[in-house]
Ligand binder design. Structure first.
Ligand code: 0WD
Length: 254
């Protein structure tokens, strides 16, 4: 229970207590990490602060990932509070509701750009400003989904953004390996969160997993949190540029 003792970890993407980022935070805190949380806007600030209070020693900072200046301020605050950063969990995605139903072919230019900006480029934009703080080496992880590889109903532009995110994981891993900084993704099975509410027919997706996944059940956030924690810990020191599935094995069946 001490895998992350003395480690400072940035967690982005807590929206409420069902957020995958919150499960990642709990798994990391259980291993002794010191955490920094961010919130997108004042709309969610209070909720994030309330949750963070449950983890002693953690700090809460603003950062909307679509604004470079906010990311720069975040990096400066992290330098001030922590000095050295060891880990970063990126658990952020967004697409307009109307892009997550119907046909992918109907995706608008600005809907495509927005989904890619928030869901894929944000990993690059934040990594660019925080990797200089990882002077003792580090580990970066992000959240992805099988819709990056398969054309899944209603996932549409988000699947294309996840493909860009996974490719970004590989390019960032290739860049930053020389500094002993690892970059990986976790591909989770469907979980009922705020983000999942935006996807049409989510219930039938969950039902398919219960029927067809080797483990015959849906994925729990705590399982994703534990795998993220593993990737952020020294136990995963030989792993980089990888996407690990935490989906009850769903991706291996036809
Ligand atoms: O089934 C699922 N829930 C899966 C989710 C399966 C596989 C992967 N994922 C991914 C998502 O695509 C996302 O990358 O996991 C990540 C976390 O998603 P979540 O925990 O399912 O969803 P949620 O609790 O809504 O957290 C996503 C958060 C946002 O929440 P809201 O609902 O307020 O949009 O991403 C954050 C925000 O907190 N976010 C932003 N943060 C900073 N700047 C921004 C932004 N511009 N936009 C969204």
């Amino acid at each position: 229970s001490n895998l992350l003792a003395g480690k400072n970890i940035l967690i982005m993407g807590v929206a409420n207590d069902r957020s995958i980022a919150w499960a990642i935070a709990q798994s990391c805190a259980a291993q002794g990490a010191r955490l920094a949380f961010t919130y997108e806007s004042e709309r969610v600030e209070e909720r994030v602060r309330k949750l963070a209070e449950a983890i002693p020693g953690s700090i809460v900072l603003p950062c909307n990932v679509t604004v470079d200046a906010e990311i720069e301020t975040l990096a400066a605050s992290l330098r001030e509070h922590f000095g050295v950063l060891h880990g970063y969990a990126h658990s952020i995605a967004f697409a307009k509701g109307e892009e997550l139903e119907g046909m992918f072919v109907d995706t608008s230019r600005d809907g495509f750009a927005l989904a890619h900006d928030i869901s894929a480029y944000s990993l690059v934009a934040v990594t660019k400003r925080i990797y200089p703080l990882m002077t003792e080496g580090g580990s970066i992880m992000t959240m992805t989904y099988l819709g990056s590889e398969r054309a899944m109903k209603n996932y549409n532009v988000m699947g294309v953004a996840k493909a860009a995110l996974e490719a970004s994981v590989r390019y960032l891993a290739a860049d930053l390996g020389q500094y002993n900084i690892r970059v990986n993704g976790v591909s989770a099975g469907p979980i009922r969160t705020l983000a999942a509410k935006g996807i049409k027919d989510f219930n039938s997706i969950l039902r398919q997993v219960e029927e067809r996944a080797p483990l015959r059940r849906t994925t729990e956030t705590a399982e994703v949190g534990d795998t993220a924690m593993f990737l952020l810990s020294p136990l995963a020191r030989g792993i980089t540029g990888e996407v690990i599935y935490v989906d009850g094995g769903f991706n291996i069946v036809g």
